[in-house]
Design a protein around this ligand. Structure first.
Ligand SMILES: Nc1nc2c(ncn2[C@@H]2O[C@H](COP(=O)(O)OP(=O)(O)OP(=O)(O)O)[C@@H](O)[C@H]2O)c(=O)[nH]1
Length: 308
């Protein structure tokens, strides 16, 4: 039996806090970690947000490791073990991944890997807004060895209690930990025991979500961009990316109508990804509005030239 590298799988709906947990794990663990990040959408953003020493990051884009990219996923794991000899591997799956197939295949196909556990991060705020949990999210909850009920700051203690009861009806054994920004004792994250589940049925993803990306050609006017974000319709559930404003680059995060812009310490090339259901009819209009926010396109105010 070869030495087995423990693998922890992070799963959970779009925007629930997987990258936030990944950052917390990297910052709080002394282990030599390898991260495998699989994002929904064609361009990797999360990989640029996680930084730390002792770290090897591989990004898989343009599909989902639980189905279309399964072959690439296995190859990436084998490569990472050989080249980086990590003490643990953490995989961030896309928000639409169904982890049961992944877990079953990985532990079966790669003898150098030991499945340590599936951590499912749930967005408490979204669970209140959308009480009907869809198929994929149900699979994510059922597959969990540890459930984080994240974004607890956005719900009342009473709501939090009833969300825990709902999670318990889908998963009777995994501990449920309420968290804010995924702040959890790292001791609880490493060394989980994965409970092998039965082989999942064959399935294919429902085209539930669509995405498109936009690359600004120059800086955007901030007030114009903020106006556009406030007017995004319910079709857009998740958006993220790097926005160049005249002063610096910002990290933009949008989940279920809540959004933030955080200044970045380093310049990043502008890139925005929009994800949601039935967004294609809106795509042209959003692209056009973004283009109109580019400073080169914004008509100068009559007042800015008054003094010159
Ligand atoms: N208020 C609040 N916001 C949070 C919390 N945890 C994460 N966020 C924010 O939620 C947004 C999405 O978090 P991410 O960690 O990027 O979510 P994700 O699951 O990696 O997103 P995808 O990879 O796109 O599915 C970011 O703006 C986070 O700062 C929390 O506990 N409370």
């Amino acid at each position: 039996m070869p030495i087995q590298t423990p693998l922890i799988l992070l799963t959970g709906p779009l925007g629930s806090g997987k990258t936030t947990l990944l950052q917390h794990m990297v910052q709080s663990s002394a282990l030599r970690l390898a991260l495998l990040i699989n994002e929904f959408g064609e361009f990797g953003i999360d990989g640029k947000l996680v930084k730390g020493k002792n770290l090897q990051i591989i990004e898989l884009e343009g599909g989902c490791v639980c189905c279309s990219l399964m072959g690439e996923f296995e190859a990436a794991l084998e490569e990472i073990i050989e080249t980086a000899t990590p003490e643990a591997i953490v995989v961030e799956a896309t928000g639409v991944a169904e982890p049961d197939a992944l877990v079953f295949d990985v532990s079966d196909l790669i003898p150098q890997i030991r499945m340590d556990g599936v951590i499912t991060i749930m967005d408490a705020d979204a669970m209140v807004a959308f009480p009907d949990v869809g198929h994929t999210i149900q699979v994510q909850i059922k597959a969990a060895d540890l459930l984080l009920l994240n974004k607890s700051d956005l719900v009342s203690p009473h709501q939090q209690q009833s969300l825990q009861t709902r999670l318990r009806t889908l998963n009777s054994s995994a501990p449920i930990i309420p968290t804010t920004y995924c702040q959890v004792d790292p001791e609880l994250l490493f060394g989980l025991v994965h409970h092998q589940k039965v082989q999942p049925a064959e399935y294919s993803h429902q085209p539930e979500y669509e995405s498109f990306s936009y690359r600004p050609t120059g800086p955007l006017q901030r007030s114009c961009f903020e106006r556009l974000v406030k007017e995004l319709g319910p079709e857009i559930y998740r958006a993220k990316g790097f926005v160049p404003f005249p002063d610096r680059s910002y990290l933009f995060n949008y989940v279920n109508r809540r959004w933030t812009l955080e200044p970045l310490s380093e310049e990043e090339t502008g890139l925005l990804v929009f994800i949601g259901s039935n967004i294609k009819p809106k795509e042209a209009q959003i692209r056009e509005s973004l283009r109109a926010c580019e400073i080169s396109q914004v008509a100068p105010s009559p007042f800015t030239n008054a003094a010159s």
